[in-house]
Ligand binder design. Structure first.
Ligand code: CP
Ligand code: NVA
Length: 335
């Protein structure tokens, strides 16, 4: 496979074999680094990082992965650059494409990252839009590869909560591309849209994946090897939706009863993070005042349990994002 020069915009731009190839490359790069065998294959490269939304993991992962590989990054904050308010995406793309070897973009609209890729003339990496969060999915897959002792096509992966947004939609598609038994467990109004379901079904037809979309928690998590969730109100959504969101999604909280309902003592818990599992955040405290819930999408009991692999998952953002940059920017033969 040769991904040199390729953008990384959404899961369905790749074949299932290519998707698995990113995960395998990340595992190889992680092992090389752990053994002190890392070879710098991105020396002299420069990558622009555009963040219209906040980030801890994604920004850090791009910066550290680039540094470890000998590449340079520039962080571009829309408040401190011309992007959006004084300069269009297409013009920004043509400027940055003259200077940088690749561009990462995190923002609201998938159409913007696609437009950037159309005009930049260099690979563009999607660091999250409202529609898709593809780099996250590679980290999730690498974490499952490390902690679930089964091939991907035997893994049962259940996702609970808001499944209409980036993480839920991407998880559905990525799990289908890896041939998993994927369960989306959410009330009807928070289930994925028909476009996301059709993309996942097309992947499943190739990989043999099984797809279940249900509002029944017990049915959805039965036999799960991995239980995933995401925050209930995403970046860009107004605070005013918290009340209705809690009412609708409280029955889909990942708690000890849900983990027990998997019937699998080895089931792991995953979360892209950040998480509202305690009162140690401003938002967590504000929502507690309003709702009396001290854990939202997941309880601290589950988050802090041995089943929780969320910090391995967070570390894997770095190894998998390194794989994405390497596939696009290193000499052919690495992927
Ligand atoms: N999971 C994730 O994308 O985290 P950040 O928002 O911190 O980048
Ligand atoms: N759905 C969340 C994911 C954060 C990584 C958001 O968009 O805020």
């Amino acid at each position: 496979m040769n991904m040199q020069g390729c953008s990384f915009l959404k899961e369905s731009d790749f074949t299932p074999e290519e998707w698995l190839g990113f995960v395998e490359l990340a595992a190889k790069l992680k092992a090389e680094r752990a053994d002190g065998r890392e070879v710098q294959r991105l020396a002299g490269k420069s990558v622009a990082l555009i963040f219209e939304k906040t980030s801890t993991r994604t920004r850090s992962a791009f910066e550290v992965a680039a540094f470890q590989q000998g590449a340079h990054t520039t962080y571009l904050d829309p408040n401190a650059s011309q992007i959006g308010h004084k300069e269009s995406i297409a013009d920004t793309a043509r400027v940055l494409g003259r200077m940088y070897d690749a561009i990462e973009f995190r923002g609201n609209r998938q159409a913007d990252v696609e437009l950037l890729a159309e005009h930049a003339g260099v690979p563009v990496f999607n660091g999250l839009t409202d529609q898709w969060h593809p780099t996250q999915m590679l980290a999730d897959a690498l974490t499952i590869r490390e902690h679930v002792a089964k091939p991907f096509d035997e893994v049962v992966h259940a996702y609970l909560g808001d499944a209409r947004f980036n993480t839920g939609r991407s998880l559905l598609v990525s799990s289908a591309m890896l041939g998993m038994d994927v369960r989306i467990v959410a009330p009807k109004e928070f289930q994925p849209d028909t476009e996301a379901v059709a993309i996942a079904e097309a992947a499943a037809a190739k990989t043999g994946a099984r797809i279940t979309i249900t509002d029944n928690v017990e049915e959805g998590v039965a036999g799960a090897d991995a239980v995933s969730t995401d925050i209930w109100v995403s970046m860009g959504e107004p605070k005013t939706v918290w009340t209705e969101r809690i009412k609708a999604l409280a029955p889909y909280q990942v708690n000890a009863d849900v983990m027990a309902a998997t019937g699998n003592p080895d089931a792991i818990f995953l979360h892209c993070l950040p998480s509202f599992h305690d009162l140690d955040t401003t938002v967590g405290r504000e929502v507690y005042e309003m709702s009396g819930m001290d854990g939202l999408e997941v309880t601290s009991e589950v988050f802090e349990s041995a089943a929780s692999k969320v910090f391995d998952q967070a570390e894997n953002r770095m190894h998998t994002i390194k794989a994405v940059m390497m596939a696009a920017l290193a000499e052919p033969g690495i992927f």
